[in-house]
Design a binder for this molecule. Structure first.
Ligand code: ADP
Ligand code: MG
Length: 480
């Protein structure tokens, strides 16, 4: 008998907040400084120092909470989470436990193939990051860099409502997009500003009780999250189908071997001896403060995507790609606005296709695009008004990438205007027919497929400049 298994996943996402200074100290947070130059007495836990809450971090956490429709706690409490680790000099991490700042809320996002998923968020709490152990460059030793110690994080905890690795990644991407829209985090995964722990369990389909979970720690790319979860699902199925039991534990994903392996058995909350931090007062947030933060919310990714789909008649897929970052969405709208009433779909295709492709290839960001929205708009406009064909537009695009010439200058200089003059095209057609008597004969005796050959020849003879619609129309006349 083979059992059908259901996968259950809950994510804990750590998001570094983009504050200038740390959660409880005035030390700088900028990434990439020499080790230990951005760690003050508070961050390294010298005796006698006192933490002071950074209001900017609190504001960012509230902003996140409002964006997911969560309850913002009137009173939240910082607690000490006690554990020993070399990168944690105080011997405890300041976090929130029983009274987190953000409680509840949810997020809606699209899945591949058109389905939508709604996931409830349990909580998001403020906490400080730990330092970093450095193993390279220290033969037989470990180095400790405390620059990261005390950097503010929000930890976003989801309900165990995700049902596959793909859903987990889609959820993770939706949160990633959201925190960047809110401008509370740069979301840089390589630098560790956005990391996630995936809790994975399986249970027989139809079973209400949750299975025992494994927690996969700190996976730092979307692709690895998907792979790690899928590996873990198969590992657990294998154990259960061979009458084994799953141990509740923390596991690490090894990307080189594409496997997870046990790191330690999982602590329970009471192992941490949480208690309210006596150095910090409870945080009281007044309604007026929350409302003031609410006024700073931008149009959210979901709202923007829905508006794009509706107002510009774009597919859900296109709307999601174009709104994946605020910068890209702005670029698209600027292109459309400057393109003199060209079709939104055409603008969308060129932004998503040619432009994103070229940016990817050169590892450039949209904000550093060599082609501005205005120049791309002109290119789209010239396709729209039939001055040039799509094919010619591609070659102009390549020229725009490396020169500062305008679209019209390139069209003029290179003589790229589309030929829309019937007699000119007819002359080319006559020549092509004359040069290909066998094909003409075959076509006339029923080999319809050869039509494409003639279109190709005429386009080639015109160096791509003949208007394709006209070529089709005139060819049909001439060949019939
Ligand atoms: P911690 O991991 O710190 O002990 P929780 O017990 O609150 O914290 O759970 C953390 C995450 O694990 C949440 O995202 C939750 O949805 C998820 N989770 C809890 N139980 C399971 C389970 N049996 N299977 C999968 N995910 C789970
Ligand atoms: Mg956990």
């Amino acid at each position: 008998m083979s059992i059908e298994w259901e996968t259950v996943i809950g994510l804990e996402i750590h998001v570094q907040l983009m504050t200038k200074t740390k959660l409880f100290s005035g030390a700088a947070t900028e990434y990439g400084a020499a080790p230990n130059v951005q760690a003050c007495g508070i961050d390294i836990g010298l005796p006698g120092v006192l933490p002071v809450l950074n209001e900017a971090a609190l504001t960012m956490a509230i902003k996140f909470g409002l964006s997911i429709g969560a309850n913002i706690a009137h009173k939240s409490v910082f607690a000490r989470k006690n554990y020993f680790y070399p990168d944690l000099p105080k011997g405890y991490q300041i976090s929130q436990f029983e009274h987190p700042i953000v409680q509840g809320g949810s997020i809606l996002f699209d899945l591949e193939g058109g389905a939508r998923k709604h996931v409830n968020i349990t909580r998001a709490h403020l906490e400080e990051d730990a330092g970093k152990s450095l193993h390279e460059d220290f033969d037989g030793f470990s180095g400790i860099d405390l620059n990261r110690a005390g950097i503010p994080l929000i930890e976003i905890v989801s309900e165990p409502e995700l049902r596959s690795a793909k859903e987990a990644v889609a959820y993770l991407k939706a949160i990633h997009t959201l925190v960047r829209y809110l401008e509370i985090s740069d979301g840089n995964m390589q630098e560790g500003s956005f990391r996630c722990d995936a809790n994975v369990s399986i249970r027989p389909k139809g079973e209400a009780k949750l299975g025992t979970r494994a927690e996969i720690k700190n996976v730092n790319s979307f692709r690895f999250v998907e792979k790690a979860i899928n590996y873990e699902i198969n590992r657990q199925i294998d154990i259960l189908e061979n009458n084994g039991t799953i141990t509740q534990e923390t596991r690490l994903y090894d990307a080189n071997k594409d496997e997870t392996r046990s790191m330690r058995t999982k602590e329970e909350a009471n192992d941490y001896r949480y208690f309210p931090d006596p150095d910090l007062l409870p945080v009281i947030v007044e309604k007026e403060f929350i409302e003031r933060v609410r006024t700073t919310l931008p149009e959210l990714p979901r709202e923007k995507a829905e508006r794009f789909a509706k107002d510009y008649a774009l597919s859900v897929y296109d709307a999601n790609v174009l709104t994946s970052t605020r910068e890209l969405a702005d670029f698209f709208e600027a292109t459309l606005k400057a393109s003199n009433g060209s079709e939104a779909k055409l603008c969308a295709n060129w932004v998503m296709g040619e432009l994103l492709g070229a940016l990817n290839k050169t590892s450039l960001d949209i904000s550093n695009s060599p082609i501005s929205a205005e120049r791309l708009a002109k290119l789209v406009e010239r396709m729209s008004d039939k001055t040039i064909s799509g094919k010619i537009a591609k070659s102009i695009f390549d020229k725009l990438w490396t020169s500062t010439d305008s679209v019209d200058e390139i069209i003029e200089k290179d003589g790229l205007k589309q030929v829309t003059d019937n007699s000119a095209i007819e002359a080319i057609i006559d020549k092509v027919i004359a040069e290909n008597p066998t094909q003409t004969q075959d076509y006339k005796s029923g080999k319809d497929k050869l039509f494409g050959f003639f279109v190709g020849q005429v386009m080639k003879a015109s160096q791509g400049k003949a208007n394709p619609d006209l070529v089709n129309e005139l060819l049909k006349q001439k060949l019939s």
